[in-house]
Design a protein around this ligand. Structure first.
Ligand code: UT7
Length: 355
């Protein structure tokens, strides 16, 4: 049997930080509300396009796997904030990396995009279409945020994470998954002005309004992720006690708590980094896995459970068998250009540009 082992991992968190206090300078909100209702303390705002964040994360993932760009067979870029529709964003990453032998696919399932990309890459490796793949979850939501709407503006941030997958005969990488979508409820997370539906209709593309029914999304996130986790464990004949670490999508600390309660998972079995980044959409779960590795939370041969949820309303869960290596083989000098602005200054520029 063929598997797709994850042998490299990397992240790119843009340096400019937007704190809860920064948000309260232009929105009717405060740190106490945001922390108590979401668990978020700060998020990052990118000074570069999403492809540039993805490029740095990929360069780091390749270095961690000890591979060079010319080795890459396939790039799958999961996001819903691509710089352009044509040409696609993965071709920009290929160009920046000089990964000239790679096929390039863009994939959008909103917040679950990075995890769906992991499924597609794993399936293509297992099918023998490619021997390896770079998988990206990256998002720059800040440019398309409605910064006048406190219901959503406090929740999201920017960032990227990437993995390198390689064919392997021993059981490793994604060993079971469950993917689904509550399409009937797709309108409860709907962004007006973000897509071709809004072209030539007297609306300006990028002039966004978020129809975001937080409470209804919350309930479906808990149900969708729980269901996906149950299915995945059943497929592998495992119980929650046999999982070493749960690395969930980080949209709200209360959603994570509700999920953990249903699983009977103790605090130390659930990885959390929502306080640092908020919800980075497609990058959220991939970034959490990268940081869990960096912080020594993933032991060799661990069984990891990664549920995710997003617009669509898409849901997923992945069961990973980690290999024996938890340290990167190498590092890289590839980095973002310096940023001389604060997160608040970058957001003020976006608001001013929209006016
Ligand atoms: O990645 C996948 C997509 N996202 C999610 O999964 C998010 C799911 N939903 C949530 O995380 C939560 O529903 C929210 C964090 C969005 C909202 O939390 P909530 O406990 O459901 O709050 P609420 O919407 O019921 O609002 C409670 C109050 C309201 O005031 P009133 O009507 O009670 O006077 C809101 O207007 O809090 C108010 N409020 C705020 N107050 C201060 C809403 N946003 C804010 C804010 N600061 N930023």
């Amino acid at each position: 049997m063929i598997y797709a082992d994850i042998t490299g991992w990397g992240k790119c968190a843009p340096p400019a930080i937007l704190t809860n206090a920064d948000l309260s300078t232009f929105l009717d909100t405060d740190d106490a509300w945001i922390v108590s209702r979401t668990g978020m303390k700060e998020r990052r705002i990118s000074h570069v396009p999403v492809s540039d964040l993805a490029h740095v994360a990929c360069a780091r993932a390749l270095a961690a796997a000890g591979k060079s760009a010319g080795d890459v067979d396939l790039i799958i870029f999961g996001s819903c904030t691509f710089d352009q529709m044509v040409p696609n964003a993965s071709s920009r990453v290929q160009q920046l990396l000089a990964a000239d032998n790679a096929a390039c696919i863009d994939l959008n399932t909103a917040c679950t995009s990075g995890m769906y990309a992991l499924s597609v890459a794993t399936a293509m490796i297992k099918a023998g279409s490619v021997k390896n793949a770079l998988v990206i979850g990256a998002e720059v939501t800040s440019v398309l945020m409605d910064w006048s709407d406190r219901d959503v503006a406090v929740l999201f941030g920017d960032g990227a994470a990437a993995f390198f997958l390689e064919v392997k005969e021993e059981k490793s990488g994604v060993v079971a998954e469950s993917l689904g979508c509550f399409g009937k409820n797709r309108d409860i997370l709907d962004v007006t002005g973000w897509g071709l539906k809004y072209a030539n209709k007297g609306l300006v593309l990028g002039e966004t309004k978020w129809n975001f029914n937080g409470q209804e999304i919350f309930k479906r996130a808990v149900v969708g992720m729980s269901r996906a986790c149950d299915i995945v464990l059943e497929k592998e004949g495992l119980t929650y006690e046999e999982i070493d670490l749960v690395i969930p999508h980080q949209a709200n600390l209360r959603i994570i708590d509700a999920l953990a309660k249903r699983m009977g998972a103790s605090e130390e079995k659930v990885y959390i980094n929502i306080h640092r980044y908020g919800n980075i959409s497609a990058a959220t779960t991939p970034m959490a896995l990268v940081e869990a590795l960096e912080e020594g939370r993933v032991a060799p041969e661990s069984k990891l459970l990664l549920p995710a949820f997003g617009g669509g309303l898409t849901w997923s869960a992945h069961l990973l068998h980690w290999g024996d290596r938890i340290k990167p083989i190498g590092t890289t000098d590839v980095d973002l250009p310096p940023c001389d602005k604060t997160g608040l200054q970058l957001v003020q520029e976006i608001i001013a540009a929209k006016k």
